[in-house]
Design a protein around this ligand. Structure first.
Ligand code: PGA
Length: 250
């Protein structure tokens, strides 16, 4: 498993973010000193903390991502943040998170954001996921994936992260069951291969905690985790990273 991504959502003031990232950084250094090979740990704090964090955090153990961005580099878009503003601060950007889709973000906007991320040399973390456990997950995630990549030539993409997040599992502390996650992730990988994307990783998110992570780690084909609530507690987040490192580190 290559990635553990922490999505802090609309939590933490700047001093709180600096303190939390500092504790996570110390814990990661301890894990390295204990001989563990860490996955790539990506923290996605609120925009306002990115400058302070990138000044103080050790880039060898923590990388940064943004939670969203606008597709235009600049312009009359009050309240928005562009890839041009982010590119010196982050390497990754979450695009199309279900909480943003709920606020009205459309597939077309998401596709434009994905294209803008590549133009700025950022790696998109494109979120897809069905709303209810009874929904046809495969058809739904396929549509969201194809729509999300509609403004780029998928064959030209060097690096893409797709986050499979069943919306009904987000914020519950209970991930989807292993069989469901495995099936949807292998389906997403088939589509990505069919589209000709050279290097795509598919991560799972929704309900990951230090307890529930153990189940998800048994699912073949999962390239990483997108962790929301549990990434706001340093000990809990470090336990999750530690589990991943124990299982997959060399
Ligand atoms: P959760 O959130 O881990 O709190 O379920 C995941 C996400 O929304 O990215």
């Amino acid at each position: 498993m290559k990635y553990v991504i922490g999505n802090w959502k609309m939590h933490t003031t700047v001093p709180e973010a600096v303190a939390l990232a500092g504790k996570i950084e110390d814990g990661l250094h301890d894990q390295v000193q204990g001989g563990q090979t860490l996955p790539t740990v990506v923290l996605c704090p609120p925009f306002v903390s990115l400058t302070a964090l990138s000044d103080v955090v050790d880039g060898r153990v923590i990388q940064f991502g943004a939670q969203n961005m606008h597709w235009e580099p600049s312009g009359p878009f009050t309240g928005e943040i562009s890839s041009k503003m982010l590119k010196d601060l982050v390497r990754y950007v979450i695009i199309g998170h279900s909480e943003r889709r709920l606020m009205g973000e459309t597939d077309e906007q998401i596709a434009q954001k994905v294209a803008a991320a590549y133009q700025a040399d950022l790696c998109p973390i494109l979120c897809v996921g069905e709303a209810k456990p009874t929904d046809q997950a495969a058809g739904h995630v396929e549509d969201e994936l194809r729509e999300g990549l509609a403004a780029i030539d998928p064959k030209s993409v060097e690096r893409l992260i797709v986050a499979y997040e069943p919306i009904w599992a987000v914020g519950t502390g209970s991930p989807a069951d292993e069989k469901h996650i495995g099936e949807v992730i292998s389906y997403l990988k088939e589509i990505l291969a069919g589209l000709g994307v050279k290097s795509a990783d598919v991560v799972y998110g929704g309900g990951i905690t230090k307890q529930s992570v153990k189940h998800v780690l048994t699912v073949p084909g999962v390239d990483g985790l997108l962790v929301g609530g549990a990434s706001l507690n340093d000990q809990e987040f470090l336990s999750i990273v530690g589990e991943v490192a124990r299982q997959y580190g060399t």
